[in-house]
Design a protein around this ligand. Structure first.
Ligand SMILES: [Zn+2]
Length: 390
């Protein structure tokens, strides 16, 4: 368990993490549960060097030096952790997120730096990938992107060239799936004429035993054969709730959260980054019962992974400004995957469930061997979490 008192608010956070070493110590706790593990060879033997700033691997064949930020989103960053930490707090605590302009003002950095930091932090926000939604699941789709009539002349001309497909032809379609009283999943499907992808996405994210609720759109008609049950409300006939339990109001509420953060905070949505905004909304929704400080800590347990500036701004094949790029996030969990289901516990509460150790590791970035040790009772906890077989 964490030796740190829970963070209550921003002031508390700034006081608790007033210098780099304090931040690094906290990351060692969150990333490795206090025991450094070599990111190059996985050895848990280490020497403390440079007054605790870095470590040296104790494995004779490796002996590499590393710091706690190696291989994380903070890797090779010129920005001090004392700036990163409040940024993580601000993006995870604000109900609608924070814009790069606002973050730049709040932390005294440039907008470009703030923009990059925000995207890097979003990389860590995937907390439930690979877990199939169960019970009653509402499914709906939303179209993101501005109206064509508000586009510049050149953009409209380019759109025409690509062949316009009605009023939503240039927009990006996001499929939302919400387990009632459970988690939200948003999957970017790409341009809106890819409706044939809907059944595939739904199949990949929802358990076969689930009861699926949709609107009356034809794309959902086939679902009744794939799931335990399928009911729909006919919006075209102004039907929104039937028999008291058939409705899609939950997922529509989640969409309004996504839309409000795009309209109110980010104003402009770059299509190629769309899945990151979706991930951010997902994270915020799925951690809605946590306190701000807990959400901050959870984010820091999942810092593994790098996103270089070069990768971030990389132009895709189509013009980036218009892009109709079917950015498919890592959505696929093969339901046939073998393994025993496990749950992730923090402060005596189940935070998530995973079908196997491997999928838990993929979703959290925690080494599978560490999780395995905990479930087998060889270790008390890892990265601040306890793991148990369900
Ligand atoms: Zn090593």
């Amino acid at each position: 368990m964490s030796k740190y008192a829970p963070i209550k608010n921003l002031k508390d956070l700034i006081q608790s993490f007033s210098d780099e070493q304090k931040c690094r110590d906290f990351l060692v706790q969150q990333r490795w549960n206090g025991c450094p593990e070599c990111p190059y060879c996985g050895s848990d033997k280490y020497y403390i060097i440079e007054n605790g700033k870095r470590f040296k691997c104790g494995n004779k064949e490796c002996y590499k030096k590393y710091s706690v930020t190696v291989g994380t989103v903070f890797h090779a960053s010129n920005i001090p952790l004392t700036t990163w930490f409040p940024a993580v707090y601000l993006i995870t605590a604000h109900k609608k997120g924070i814009s790069s302009i606002q973050l730049a003002k709040d932390l005294g950095i440039t907008q470009k730096t703030a923009w990059f930091m925000l995207h890097r932090i979003r990389e860590t926000l995937a907390n439930n990938d690979g877990l199939l939604l169960k019970n009653v699941v509402e499914v709906d789709e939303v179209y993101l992107g501005g109206k064509a009539k508000n586009f510049s002349k050149s953009k409209r001309a380019a759109l025409k060239e690509l062949g316009e497909r009605g009023p939503v032809g240039h927009k990006i379609m996001v499929i939302g799936m919400l387990e009632r009283k459970g988690n939200l999943r948003l999957v970017v499907s790409g341009k809106s004429d890819t409706r044939e992808q809907i059944p595939l996405i739904v199949d990949n994210n929802i358990d076969k035993s689930a009861f699926v609720m949709t609107d009356g759109d034809g794309s959902y008609a086939a679902l009744k054969n794939d799931f335990a049950g399928h009911e729909f409300v006919n919006h075209k006939q102004y039907e929104y709730v039937r028999d008291g339990y058939i409705y899609t109001n939950g997922i529509e509420g989640a969409f309004s959260l996504l839309k409000r953060s795009i309209i109110g905070i980010y104003h402009h949505l770059s299509p190629k980054h769309c899945f990151r905004y979706c991930r951010e909304t997902e994270y915020r929704y799925n951690t809605r019962k946590l306190k701000d400080g807990e959400r901050f800590e959870m984010c820091l347990t999942n810092i593994k992974g790098k996103l270089s500036y070069k990768d971030l701004i990389k132009k895709t094949e189509l013009s980036a400004s218009l892009l109709i790029n079917p950015v498919l996030p890592p959505l696929v969990l093969n339901p046939k995957i073998k393994g025993r289901a496990i749950c992730q516990i923090k402060n005596n509460r189940i935070v998530a469930e995973y079908p196997s150790i491997i999928s838990a590791s993929k979703a959290t970035g925690i080494h599978p061997a560490s999780i395995s040790k905990v479930v087998r009772g060889l270790r008390k906890s890892t990265n601040g979490f306890i793991w148990k077989y369900i």
